[in-house]
Design a protein around this ligand. Sequence first.
Ligand code: BTN
Length: 265
Amino acid sequence: MPSTNKPLNIQKIREACKSENRQLIGNISYFKTIDSTNNWLLENGHCGDICISDTQSAGRGKRGNSWLSPNTGNIYFSLCWCFNDNLKHRSLLSLVTGIAIADVLSDVGLSGHGVKWPNDIFWQQKKMGGILIETTNQSQKFVIGIGLNISMPDNINKEIDQAVVSLLEAMQESVISREQIIIHLIQRLVQRLDTFDNLSFDEFMKSWAKWDILQERLVSFIHRDIKISGSVAGLDKSGRLGILQDNGKLDFFSSADIKLDKSPT
Ligand code: BTN
């Protein structure tokens, strides 16, 4: 699959954001390359600021992993957001971000995708994107980082230890501009974050159910050096994943690197 090397038309994104949600969005900084867009906002960002880069030299992923960010065709995006002091649903933030991204992918015509709890974007068992949320000492300032594979070089699979896919591959090269995707992403995210303080858990669950790819699936993962396996049994109010274990015990987990055990029947 060919990758595109065109730099982003950042002006188009800035213009689109001026007309919508202008009071919620701050500066949009754009780099050809930077260490990490999350890093940049953690150090320099104010509430509502956005940072986008064509490549990252030290992109960060979950659990201290790196996020390979070598080519211009993908999206490396971070948004700095501030909440009120008594944020009720902090633990649902990455799930809500996943819902927003899944909605964006639908907006641009993709189907067959979903969110793999807690914060991976998947298309047909392959990873298309990930979310990394970080905070500073100012505890109400969050940096929401999103990496989305849009167009990747053919040999990238060799460098990554899991199956990955790009949007162009999934959509069989229908032309979608990165600018358009980012504009949708900003709109969908800001809409969800602006109402996040008053999130109703029932409404959240309705959206989650639409995109949750683990529903009732058999899964396994390592938790404190022990292998857990069982079937997925929903979320609790803190967004923890319920697992009905093979031994009949129901437990809830707040994070895990889930492996899908079998295909649905
Ligand atoms: C994951 O491990 O799945 C999360 C990956 C998050 C990567 C994005 S790319 C933009 C932002 N900047 C970073 O350094 N990481 C996030």
